[in-house]
Design a protein around this ligand. Structure first.
Ligand code: GRG
Length: 293
């Protein structure tokens, strides 16, 4: 099976896991559940749960036990997108080719759907921890930390503060390492933690995720300028509109493309030190450098 077909099959499997874990709509809070389900179900590459499941497999873990964590991780990622799209942040009307959650359900429901997704992710993981024990607790702790106050939320904070101000590549790296790379690091680390991987292994995976994340964000900045709106599912030039500092605005497209290749290669080289099955994961990481959406 070629990479695209394999990726499609795995995306469909993850979509099914998400359907199994998302709240069933009903009761007085039906609108909240509908907004949460809408945000997750409108699409997305499902990259983070895919990385978590592949990493778990690479270290011989039980994929069934990893499913609640894969679902929770995509919910955390989706909450961050829903809140990022709000009028107080990037104020975007389209995401994943569809209306953003607040554009469809109203601003207040956009905030609540994000809150709901974040909390629900921890409900799902804590229930799994009660059944599965220490490895699951470690995975949850990794996801909490990387998504948290010193991780993704810190990156978003500094990103907002830098908006409209001149910056440096060092400050931009601070933002990208947290806003984007932290959750990708967490994906690989949590999958391995569920399989019982040791601290040294987790630390190498953190490095892999770091380079994947930097490459991913720079590619995202490039696509915002040179991409195809229909493929991306959102308007181009949103960084310029929002006065965002990006690698493209600081060092230009050509050098940015070189960095994407350099970081992707470094990630894959680090991954080579592991012996478990990693063919799909390696191909997936390399393909991100050439992604079109
Ligand atoms: C609101 C706390 C808080 C954080 C928001 C995720 C984020 C932080 C902001 C969204 C804007 C952005 C460019 C984030 C960087 C990470 C990124 C490129 C997210 C998009 O991820 P994809 O491409 O999206 O995997 P899909 O839709 O495929 O899941």
């Amino acid at each position: 099976m070629n990479l695209k077909a394999e990726q499609k099959k795995k995306t469909e499997e993850i979509n099914q896991i998400l359907l199994d874990y998302l709240p069933k709509e009903g009761g007085r809070e039906a609108t909240l559940c509908a907004a949460m389900n809408y945000s997750v179900s409108v699409g997305g590459k499902r990259l983070r749960p895919m990385l978590l499941l592949e990493s778990c497999k690479m270290f011989g873990g039980d994929v069934e036990a990893a499913k609640p964590f894969a679902a929770a991780l995509e919910m955390i990622h989706t909450y961050s997108l829903v809140h990022d799209d709000l009028p107080a942040m990037d104020n975007d009307r389209y995401r994943r080719g569809q209306l953003t959650t607040h554009a469809k359900f109203g601003h207040a429901m956009g905030i609540l759907a994000g809150d709901g997704l974040l909390n629900y992710a921890f409900e799902i993981m804590s229930e799994a921890v009660c059944v599965q024990g220490a490895n699951a607790a470690k995975a949850m702790a990794i996801l909490a930390k990387k998504a948290g106050v010193r991780g993704m939320i810190a990156g978003q904070t500094v990103d907002l503060e830098l908006t409209g101000h001149a910056t440096t590549t060092e400050l931009l790296d601070y933002v990208n390492e947290r806003k984007t790379a932290a959750l990708l690091e967490a994906s690989l680390m949590a999958g391995a933690a569920l399989a019982g991987a040791d601290e040294q292994t987790l630390s190498v995976l953190e490095q892999v995720g770091h380079f994947v994340g930097l490459a991913f964000q720079i590619k995202d900045d490039i696509l915002d300028v040179t991409g195809d709106e229909a493929m991306l599912g959102k308007p181009l030039h949103s960084d310029e509109k929002n006065e965002k500092n990006t690698y493209v605005s600081l060092i230009g497209i050509e050098r940015s493309n070189e960095l994407v290749s350099e970081y992707s290669n470094r990630a894959v080289t680090l991954l080579e030190s592991f012996e478990g099955p990693k063919e799909f994961l390696t191909k997936l990481l390399m393909s991100l450098a050439g992604r079109e959406y």
